[in-house]
Design a protein around this ligand. Structure first.
Ligand SMILES: [Zn+2]
Length: 327
């Protein structure tokens, strides 16, 4: 199985690395890394993150290099966003860096990502460049550093802080890695699994993907706000219910397919969730209630007007974990 080193540059508390209105670069980098991880979840690869996954520590550059060399990764990508003056300006565009003495593999990895980065983000291509960035400055492992747009550029800012812009950046890197490493989709062992994850409201982030019944997605006591899922083969559809949307209304949010999007809104806890697939196999799912601390009965249907077997959850009571599996 191929291994990938993935790095969200800096840390949450790294001074100066932010948009003029205070969004931290690490947060943007981390959002993109999380989407890359979810896009690659269906592929036969393992991802090793070399930054602190809550951003609390700005891991040193030598720590990051040692971590991915020691893990024996086949490629390494560091995700960044650029800045020019730190105040609003007109700087724009994407770049991919190799070190100053790139190997053929460094250059190929850079090209595989760069050609997609300009295409998918729609931002100006500033080129494949060389620099003495410590985090990629070795020749044992193909390694590149990506700059996905300017945090202080008024045009780029809108792109890089939007959900679609983050997804486009992530897709360029994920597909570049798929081409570079010739990654294959995980083999169908006949035992299809659901790969899923949740975004929770205390850590304010996506938790790692989990698979099948032996695990669940969530941290007990911390409300789930969003859900994202895919199958190894076939399609999964899902949606979540919020007790209170931005206007204070209880409602079902739109249905989502696979990882084309996620179901839910950041910072809005959910109280119910529903899934179905087109595989013809029996899908089961359950929700864990935050207050009572118990798993609610397993559900197999998908019907917003069937409170018994059409969705998992009780309106008005937040969920802190979700479990989904094929029987
Ligand atoms: Zn940076």
């Amino acid at each position: 199985m191929k291994k990938i080193g993935l790095d969200a540059g800096h840390g949450l508390y790294t001074a100066g690395k932010q948009t003029p209105d205070g969004i931290k670069e690490w947060t943007l980098n981390d959002d993109v890394c999380d989407i890359i991880e979810s896009l690659l979840a269906a592929y036969d690869c393992e991802i090793i993150r070399t930054d602190n996954d809550e951003g609390k520590v700005d891991e040193s550059l030598s720590y990051r290099v040692n971590a991915y060399i020691k893990a024996g990764v086949d490629a390494f990508v560091s995700i960044h966003h650029n800045a020019y003056t730190g105040s609003w300006n007109n700087a724009t565009g994407v770049e991919v860096y190799t070190d100053r003495a790139p190997t053929e593999a460094d250059e190929r990895l850079a090209r595989d990502i760069y050609k997609r980065l300009t295409q998918y983000t729609g931002l100006k291509g500033r080129g494949i460049k060389r620099a003495n960035f410590a985090v990629i400055n070795q020749n044992k492992v193909p390694a590149v550093l990506c700059e996905g747009g300017f945090m202080d550029g008024t045009f780029d800012y809108k792109v890089i802080t939007s959900a679609q812009g983050k997804k486009n950046y992530a897709r360029a890197v994920a597909e570049g890695l798929i081409e570079f490493l010739n990654l294959k989709k995980k083999e169908n062992t006949g035992k299809n699994e659901v790969i899923y994850q949740v975004w929770e409201s205390v850590k304010d982030k996506w938790l790692p993907n989990v698979e099948g019944k032996s695990d669940y997605a969530g941290n007990f006591k911390n409300a789930v706000c969003c859900v994202r899922a895919n199958l190894l083969y076939g399609n999964i559809y899902y949606r979540v219910h919020v007790p209170s949307d931005a206007r204070g209304k209880a409602r079902w949010l739109p249905e989502v397919k696979n990882r084309e999007d996620y179901a839910g809104n950041y910072h809005q806890p959910i109280d119910a969730v529903a899934f179905y697939t087109d595989t013809g196999k029996k899908l089961c799912y359950a929700a864990h209630e935050r207050k009572s601390g118990r798993w609610l009965p397993t559900v197999t249907g998908y019907n917003m007007s069937d409170s018994i077997n059409g969705y998992a959850g009780n309106f008005g009571r937040e969920i802190d974990a979700v479990k989904v599996w094929f029987e």
